[in-house]
Design a protein around this ligand. Structure first.
Ligand SMILES: Nc1ncnc2c1ncn2[C@@H]1O[C@H](COP(=O)(O)OP(=O)(O)O)[C@@H](O)[C@H]1O
Ligand SMILES: [Mg+2]
Length: 266
């Protein structure tokens, strides 16, 4: 367990310039303080998992990066600028894929919407759509409507639609919470592959502690009432990760132990 302050010292190489910085963030709703003195730097290309008790402010942190919530004090810096509004650099994948997709549009049609919003010329759409569908393992499913797709396929489609935006940051809020275990594992691997090949920075909220370790370069643990950064765990497991060998790695098991102990007292 390494407190935040010693994280940089614990790394063998200097941390990259942060792409996202929370600087002395406080956030209150009315009299109620939700987040208190959040200081956190996230490097370009880093995969950060966020865990903490229900209601501790995980979604609120994500909404701050997305420009969907404003701090009461402090700044969230994205790529050198304070976040003031939603930006195309940032895409959000929500848990509820059924609400995120337009039910009357096909898979291809849902992606086309994002390309249109990006101002991509129409002539380029078919190739871009095919490539995006293939990236998320939906090649050949472009003509299907969301209701003709399984939950896992719909979540893949939501991810493809986010990628159409070519974001630098992917925010994921318990994205696999509604999926069965097998589908969840295959999507975890898909997201890891996408994050590394596109060098996208990922802020991944989950209450599954093993998922947080499996995916993350770092796991940020929060306390509740008010939400504070309690502890950062450097994961340091070899990549690419593997559902069998990574989860059996003694280091994975010791991190799992630390994280479960942390959550029990958080
Ligand atoms: N718009 C809002 N107005 C008032 N309270 C809110 C609002 N959004 C979130 N909260 C409260 O802030 C706390 C943190 O919420 P949230 O970030 O959703 O937690 P988590 O995602 O960790 O479960 C909760 O107690 C929630 O009720
Ligand atoms: Mg939440």
């Amino acid at each position: 367990m390494k407190p935040l302050q010693t994280r940089a010292a614990a790394r063998e190489t200097a941390p990259p310039t942060p792409l996202i910085s929370f600087r002395r963030i406080d956030l209150s709703y009315g009299d109620r303080r939700i987040l208190e003195d959040i200081n956190l730097d996230i490097g370009e290309g880093e995969f950060v998992s966020v865990v903490g008790p229900s209601g501790c402010g995980k979604t609120t942190l994500l909404r701050l990066i997305a420009g969907l919530a404003r701090p009461t004090a402090g700044d969230v810096i994205l790529d050198g600028q304070p976040v003031a509004a939603p930006s195309r650099k940032v895409a959000v994948v929500f848990q509820d894929y059924s609400k995120a997709l337009l039910p009357w549009r096909t898979a291809a049609g849902n992606i086309a919407l994002a390309l249109s919003a990006m101002g991509v010329p129409k002539a380029e759409w078919p190739d871009r759509i095919s490539a995006l569908l293939a990236t998320v393992g939906l090649a050949g499913d472009g003509d299907k409507l969301p209701r003709q797709m399984s939950g896992g396929m719909q979540q893949r489609l939501q991810i493809a639609r986010c990628l159409a935006q070519e974001p630098r940051v992917l925010l994921m809020d318990e994205p696999f919470g509604a999926l069965d275990a097998m589908t969840r594992q295959s999507l975890q691997d898909e997201v890891l592959r996408i994050a590394s090949t596109r060098s996208v920075t990922v802020f991944f909220v989950t209450h599954e502690l093993e998922e947080a370790i499996y995916l993350g370069d770092r796991v940020v643990g929060l306390y509740a009432n008010p939400g504070r950064v309690a502890q950062c765990f450097d994961v340091g497991l070899a990549k690419p990760r593997d559902q069998l060998s990574t989860r059996e790695d003694p280091h994975f098991l010791s991190l799992r132990h630390e994280l479960f102990s942390f959550i029990k007292q958080a």
